[in-house]
Design a protein around this ligand. Structure first.
Ligand SMILES: [Zn+2]
Ligand SMILES: [Zn+2]
Length: 370
């Protein structure tokens, strides 16, 4: 029922009162006249009246309409269905737990009862990614309570639908004002907005049906997995409230870099030392790839930095087959030579017109006085 009293009078403020003064006045009066705490006979009526006044005077647009026309309603085009936030912004709001909503409004207060997915990480070597490996992952988990089998009830106890909210977790009340009908939706305090009540609660989990534990799971890392890929372990995430759906564990695989093998996609890159004679004449070198060695053919006249590809010798692929082994040629020169080898090389150099020892040339220059 619309109030006939002046809103400024109801709040006890001047017509020039600031938004802050209005809020303060409302808070202090709301404490006095709230039906739960006041012993006035007409507390409920006065509380409604106070709320009406506050709804209008705390809204700049409605207040200006009220000041001009004596009503909060705009003179035309008023659509209705607007919502109000919690006017208290916490604090006193907890006392009343009231959320004003327009008719048919959403914004329900509900407690999440399903468990969320959890995440963990596992680090493998490139060797392990190549062959596939079984790994143990240890993580902190909200797991189903073993004591009560996740029901939340102590032995012999019961779990019932909350009689106050009929399992919805919220209580709704309708309130008619001259602005329209408003629904107040509040979390059900009887069940903590969960919709169920346990009696007596499990001593281990306090009625939650879930507990914090350190858990270890075994994950199968498939051959060919890539760095950053994830694997889901069903129902190893956060347990739901009192046996509600449990989330999954999402494991991200990180691959430690290898000493000399470098992965690009499914290909493996390696630098291979190729002796200069093999580089010049052609031949083959062996490249160790994890636990085996791959024979790589080197064509004659191979140059430093040349790339030799061996098909199918890279990382395995999920859908069958493998990437390639990509060998980067690194021509090597012997560090030590026997007399004989040195002679042979000098002969070779001579036939190619190459000067191999500048000191000889220098001695000749000195002798000639050049
Ligand atoms: Zn329990
Ligand atoms: Zn309830």
């Amino acid at each position: 029922m619309p109030s006939t009293r002046d809103y400024y009078e109801v709040l006890g403020v001047e017509r020039e009162a600031s938004a802050d003064e209005i809020k303060k006045a409302y808070r202090s009066r709301a404490r006095d006249v709230h039906p739960d705490t006041s012993d006035h006979d007409d507390a409920e009526e006065r509380f409604k009246e106070l709320n009406e006044a506050y709804e209008v005077l705390s809204d700049t647009g409605k207040r200006s309409n009220y000041d001009q026309f004596g009503t909060a309603e705009p003179q035309q085009g008023f659509g209705g269905g607007y919502g109000y936030g919690d006017p208290f912004g916490g604090g006193v709001g907890d006392l009343f737990s009231v959320i004003f909503e327009g008719m048919g409004g959403g914004g329900r207060q509900q407690v999440r009862t399903e468990g969320r997915d959890m995440s963990a990480q596992v680090v493998v070597t490139l060797d392990e990614a190549y062959s596939g490996v079984s790994k143990q992952v240890t993580y902190n988990r909200v797991a189903p309570c073993a004591t009560c089998s996740a029901t939340g009830a102590a032995e012999g106890g019961t779990v019932k639908t909350c009689p106050v909210c009929q399992g919805t977790g919220q209580v709704t009340s309708a309130r008619r004002t001259f602005l329209g009908t408003f629904q107040s939706v509040a979390a059900c305090e009887n069940c903590g907005a969960t919709g169920t009540v346990v009696h007596p609660p499990c001593p281990t989990c306090g009625g939650q049906g879930r507990v914090q534990v350190r858990e270890t799971v075994e994950v199968e890392v498939p051959a060919g997995i890539r760095d950053g890929q994830t694997m889901g372990v069903t129902s190893k995430g956060e347990a739901g409230l009192r046996g509600d759906r449990t989330g999954d564990l999402i494991v991200t695989v990180r691959i430690r870099p290898h000493e000399y093998l470098h992965r690009e996609g499914d290909d493996l890159h390696a630098r291979a030392g190729v002796p200069m004679t093999v580089a010049a004449l052609g031949g083959e070198v062996r490249v160790p790839v994890f636990d085996r060695s791959v024979t790589v053919k080197v064509p004659a006249a191979a140059q430093n930095g040349d790339i030799l590809t061996v098909r199918g010798e890279g990382m395995p692929r999920y859908r069958g087959g493998s990437g390639d082994l990509v060998v980067h040629v690194n021509v090597t020169v012997p560090r030590k030579l026997t007399k004989e080898q040195r002679k042979l090389l000098e002969q070779l150099a001579g036939t190619m017109g190459e000067v191999t020892d500048h000191s000889k040339l220098d001695r000749v220059r000195d002798w000639l006085g050049l």
